[in-house]
Design a protein around this ligand. Structure first.
Ligand code: SF4
Length: 128
């Protein structure tokens, strides 16, 4: 079996910057990071990750769109089920929901679905 790659780390702001404001610690994936993480997805025939999503997002499909760098379609795929991608990408307990049902969870390295959702929600806000 091929070695499972590590999850793409979430970048964080430097402590020196953080002490000056009440902004977030996590600064979010760049496009390159998001595509790198999406490319870890196995595009399962039976996407068990989706069982764990209470709003029924087509997780496999939006990740596929990210793999091909079609950010607009990736966001549109999420928004067919949920218009709060930025919020849910931050506050949903993904480790107990979608990510816990990802087939890679048994390796301890499930796809970082929440981080990808956050990235796409934030991407959408840059287009407003
Ligand atoms: S279960 Fe994990 S690897 Fe499979 S489609 Fe869902 S996110 Fe990708």
């Amino acid at each position: 079996m091929a070695k499972i790659k590590e999850r793409t780390p979430m970048p964080t702001r430097e402590a020196g910057d953080r002490k000056k404001d009440f902004g977030e610690v996590a600064s979010g994936y760049t496009k390159e990071m998001a595509v790198q993480e999406a490319n870890r997805c196995l595009q399962c025939k039976n996407p068990t990750c989706e069982i764990g999503c209470p709003v029924g997002i087509s997780i496999r499909d939006f990740i596929k769109n990210l793999q091909t760098e079609d950010l607009d379609e990736a966001l549109a795929t999420i928004e067919r089920s949920n218009t709060l991608a930025s919020v849910c990408g931050r506050v949903c307990p993904q480790e107990k929901q979608c990510e816990s049902k990802c087939v890679l969870d048994k390796t301890g390295r499930p796809i970082a679905i929440g981080r990808l959702e956050r990235f796409l929600g934030d991407y959408g806000k840059t287009k407003d």
